[in-house]
Design a protein around this ligand. Structure first.
Ligand code: GDP
Length: 173
């Protein structure tokens, strides 16, 4: 079945975004041992599709071994299931310039040939006047094309939920 894949660095709020989207039926673990989520979680979102939760990356305190494990896991995931990905969802922090790891993840999605959407989470932590410039910085850093969508999101407040759900539904079947 087609897969909609969520990726983001540890603590960016990926579990919170997924929980916000799925409601209370399926639960992604929030705030548990950053960097130790070395496992890929699959949530069936309807008859057609899976939401795939990739383990977070970029956590500073993670050991070299753990990082290598992550790399191997990603490599085999993209090799075995890359063709099933119908949408890559990259979650970044709306407050910050995307990290080098974010750019690598972004390239991974692009190489797999799937369309991509960027979710700028924690937008509730920004002043209204800051949002636009931050979104532009994210666009530029990730070298996003004109047509590639980005959603300002707050897992905490629910902002952007309807927009993101609409985008996801376009890639379910
Ligand atoms: P993950 O490691 O990427 O899965 O991140 P979590 O979902 O565990 O969230 C990390 C922390 O960020 C938690 O303390 C969340 O409550 C907080 N958080 C997540 N999303 C938001 C958001 O949109 N706004 C704010 N203010 N905090 C958030």
């Amino acid at each position: 079945a087609p897969q909609i894949v969520f990726a983001g660095r540890s603590n960016v709020g990926k579990s919170s975004v997924i929980n916000r989207l799925l409601g209370r039926k399926n639960f992604a673990r929030v705030g548990s041992a950053p960097g130790k989520t070395s496992q890929i979680n699959y949530f069936r979102i309807d008859r057609q599709a899976y939401l795939v939760d990739l383990p977070g990356y970029g956590y500073a305190k993670v050991s070299k071994t753990e990082k290598e494990r992550w790399g191997q896991l990603m490599e085999s995931y993209f090799q075995d299931e890359g063709e099933l990905i119908t949408l890559g969802v990259l979650i970044v922090d709306a407050r910050h310039k995307p990290t080098a790891d974010d750019c690598v993840m972004c390239d991974w999605f692009r190489q797999s040939g799937c369309p991509m959407i960027v979710v700028a989470n924690k937008v509730d932590k920004l002043k209204k006047s800051e949002v636009e410039a931050n979104l532009q910085l994210i666009r530029d850093t990730l070298q996003m094309a004109e047509g590639e969508p980005m959603v300002a999101f707050s897992a905490e407040k629910g902002e952007g939920k309807e927009t993101l759900l609409r985008e996801l539904s376009l890639h379910c079947g």
